[in-house]
Design a protein around this ligand. Sequence first.
Ligand code: FAD
Length: 383
Amino acid sequence: MNLELSAEQTAVRQLARDFVVREVAPHAAAWDRAEQVDRGIVKTLGDLGFLGLTVPEEYGGSGGDHLSYVLVTEELGRGDSSVRGIVSVSLGLVAKTIAAWGDEHQKRQWLPRLTSGEAVGCFGLTEPGTGSDAAHLATRAVREGDTYVINGAKTFITNGTWADVVLLFARTGDAPGHRGISAFLVPADTPGLERREIHGKLGLRGQATAELVLDGVRVPAGAMLGPEGKGFSVAMSALAKGRMSVAAGCVGIAQAALDAALGYAGQRAQFGKPIAGHQLVQELISDIAVDVEAARLLTWRVADLIDRGEPFTTAASQAKLFASEAAVRAANNALQVFGGYGYIDEYPVGKLLRDARVMTLYEGTSQIQKLVIGRALTGVSAF
Ligand code: FAD
């Protein structure tokens, strides 16, 4: 892997960094308290081209490679994980999946709107009864003439109440497990689709997370994304790249933890000198720095594999597993550097820890990533 960034990659990272410093970081604490990111940010993200990275220009995307996408995601995660998550889902899980699996009509219908920020997408896989074991989801779509009628429920759906389109996974056949699942693009204003916001999250409070209830939701047969019965493959292909995006967001959290810990340790004095001069505080800071670098290298490697057309699924699970655990450790270490001040929300590290915690849970828990990695290494599935 060539570790040197090109001029274009350096420029897009700087663009993202400047935007985050100017328009995201100063508002992150207030959005967290208000439990809502300013929705106007979506349009700005679109105008900057951040919602179209890697999507072909003919469909309104801004092109670019996956390392550029990772660099932008890292910067957004450094500023506010709630904003990072909006992009990772609307672009990473929805628009990129439509670009990969959609027919011409679906691409023309949704991609220009999603990449410009005019529309937001959400990814509806998890159900109240099926999280890690998504292959056994129960939502059902029944064919009636030229339409499908969908009944069921989804939960924990990021962007759920903001979304204009739901990439929804439902059972269309009697084939058992993943073979009976198909993917659909469901406009969020379709009658019968009710969305209820979930409150009281530990972190990512600025993000709209929702429960979706589908009661007789009717969509044209042309709303199916990819072939019938291939929905689980659609979902897994989205999540493989999605795990890289989560990992990049975690690098951003860990970097923000390092920035905060370094800043505070230099100006807080105890026992007659800055705490940065105490060996055990340096241990906390050096542990954070090593986590940042290791997580970054694993994440960049996934982008490099994708851009070279190499297999990347196991590498994505490795990066997501390590980076998410590293982000939690880094934020927790930074909080320790802040002492009691880290525990109140006037300082940024408590939010970093709360936001980091979910990264080991969604898009496959740490246990699920270990099973994916273990299966690839041993050839034996332990699911
Ligand atoms: P469970 O699957 O019930 O797992 C509970 C525990 O059992 C975990 O520790 C897990 O690791 C462990 N476990 C389960 N199976 C095994 C096994 N075989 N071996 C060992 N351990 C096992 N979903 C979406 O579809 N779209 C979204 O946009 C989305 N956004 C989310 C946002 C937030 C804030 C949250 C919290 C969740 C989101 N999710 C989303 C759902 C998320 O992906 C699931 O929560 C996750 O997959 C875990 O499922 P679960 O919560 O049902 O836990």
